[in-house]
Design a protein around this ligand. Structure first.
Ligand code: FES
Ligand code: FES
Length: 175
């Protein structure tokens, strides 16, 4: 089949796609977007997390045929946009927080964690200014496994990104 989909705002087409191959395979091997990682290929680890029409999902569990015409967001799409949406070539606040707190070791889990944490911050801090509780962060990231960090640094990273994303009023300061 010819597959047409939008990834990080850009329209892509791939030919000779088997409808049953995974979206993860399409992204990595056909579209040259290797940021999304393949670890378990069974929906268990979250390393392959992407946005599918704005909702996070494991791309290893999505068949290419199901992705036809859909809007996909990957870790590659998190960097580069400033407040106006223009590409400023910089890593995002969240990505920077992962770097600063040492939340990246081997890095295999990191793209999935970034997409999942980005979703949490979009639903909470970016919308209301509220900083998610530790319980909310843990719940949001419960499907993302990391074999290296012990998760403390990841929690620190998401807290730091939330604090930096929050509006001043969320911290009890005047706007
Ligand atoms: S590679 Fe998809 S959940 Fe592990
Ligand atoms: S940093 Fe290695 S699996 Fe998470």
């Amino acid at each position: 089949m010819r597959l047409t989909l939008t990834v990080n705002g850009e329209r892509h087409t791939a030919d000779d796609v088997w409808p049953g191959e995974s979206l993860l395979y399409v992204l990595r091997e056909r579209l040259g977007l290797p940021g999304t990682k393949n670890a378990c290929e069974q929906g268990e680890c979250g390393s392959c997390t992407v946005y599918l029409d704005g909702v996070t999902a494991c791309s290893c569990l999505i068949a290419a045929g199901q992705a036809e015409g859909r809007e996909i967001g990957t870790v590659e799409g998190l960097a580069g946009a400033d407040d106006s949406g223009a590409d400023d070539g910089e890593v995002s606040v969240l990505q920077n927080a992962f770097l600063e707190t040492g939340a990246v070791q081997c890095g295999f889990c990191t793209p999935g964690l970034l997409v999942q944490a980005d979703d949490l911050l979009r639903r909470t801090t970016a919308r209301t200014g509220a900083i998610p509780s530790d319980g909310e962060i843990r719940e949001a990231l419960a499907g993302n496994l990391c074999r290296c960090t012990g998760y403390d640094a990841i929690m620190n990273a998401v807290r730091l990104a939330a604090e930096r994303t929050a509006t001043p009023s969320a911290n009890g300061e005047p706007r």
